[in-house]
Write a protein that binds this ligand. Structure first.
Ligand code: ATR
Length: 272
């Protein structure tokens, strides 16, 4: 039987994961079946067990189940443990569930390899302090930036993340000062609700890179703000999505697909 995979989420209708993983499978000549499954809030754990019992080999997990996916697992990678959340489950031969988190890997891979924006020795500002931000801190710190500041609408959440990682390069800030930074990563969900973040242009210098973990057909409000301030190094989170997916695919199939053509394919789909 063809190996079965799926993405679980709620909502999940707009997930690009099936198209993405089928593109990886074509690229690497792997025979897989991949579906998306809308899971009711109360039924996540049962749905995972059912999928496993039907012979499923692995799952991607999206909003709002990443924390529960982490908790349900028998084994957890260090990446998942640091993020306290899982976006990838691997069903092992002995029936154990292994949880990993490839989101941070996907972000760093997209920034450093696809866009070739350096992280080492750079000053980084992260906007937001939700689950998505929790998952990117450790992989960013590993790249040896000079500093990472976290700014969030609710300061206490930024502080909690800084305390959790307890690293002298990482600091929660209560207000945005006038110092420019080299890389800004928007990890808030503000653009989903069409809110702008009211950021001062003083955060930017000529070569500041601006990355939004969200993506869409049009530039996100954060990237529009950066563009309006003459920033040319702009990127949205489509590449993060594809790179986290490529890493999940590698964990399942033991072969790393090339993310670039699949980013281009999904981008073309967004613009249709
Ligand atoms: P996710 O799992 O995607 O990170 P989340 O945990 O709900 O989702 O976190 C959303 C983040 O976006 C939070 O940092 C949130 O700020 P608060 O902690 O103050 O709620 C941030 N956010 C959402 N809407 C925002 C807005 N309009 N302006 C600023 N920040 C916003």
């Amino acid at each position: 039987m063809t190996d079965q995979y799926a993405v679980f989420g709620n909502p999940v209708a707009h997930s690009k994961s099936p198209e993405m993983h089928l593109a990886f499978a074509r690229e690497t000549a792997q025979d897989i079946h991949y579906t998306k499954q809308l899971v009711e809030e109360g039924q996540f754990e049962q749905a995972v067990k059912d999928f496993q019992a039907r012979g499923g080999k692995g799952l991607n997990i999206t909003v709002p189940f990443k924390l529960r996916a982490f908790e349900i697992a028998d084994q957890k990678t260090e990446r998942a443990a640091k993020a306290q959340a899982a976006n990838t489950l691997i069903f092992q031969e002995d029936g154990q569930i292994l949880a990993d988190n490839t989101d941070g890997f996907g972000l760093v891979q997209d920034i450093a390899t696809i866009h070739q924006w350096p992280i080492k020795d750079k000053n980084i500002l992260i906007l937001g302090a939700g689950g998505a931000v929790q998952g990117i801190i450790a992989p960013l710190l590993k790249e040896n930036p000079t500093s990472i500041k976290i700014f969030n609408r609710t300061y206490s959440k930024a502080l909690a993340i800084a305390e959790y990682f307890n690293n002298n390069k990482l600091e929660a800030i209560e207000t945005l000062d006038n110092k420019s930074v080299d890389l800004i990563i928007n990890g808030t969900s503000a653009s989903l609700t069409g809110h702008s973040l009211n950021l001062p242009a003083s955060l930017l210098h000529e070569n500041t890179c601006c990355y939004d973990m969200m993506y869409g057909k049009d530039l996100t409000p954060f990237l529009q703000w950066a563009k309006g301030n003459n920033i040319s190094q702009l990127a949205d989170g489509l590449g993060m999505l594809v790179n986290q997916g490529a890493e999940a695919f590698r964990l399942w199939r033991n072969v790393m697909p090339d993310a670039k053509p699949v980013i281009a394919q999904l981008r073309a789909g967004l613009n249709q």
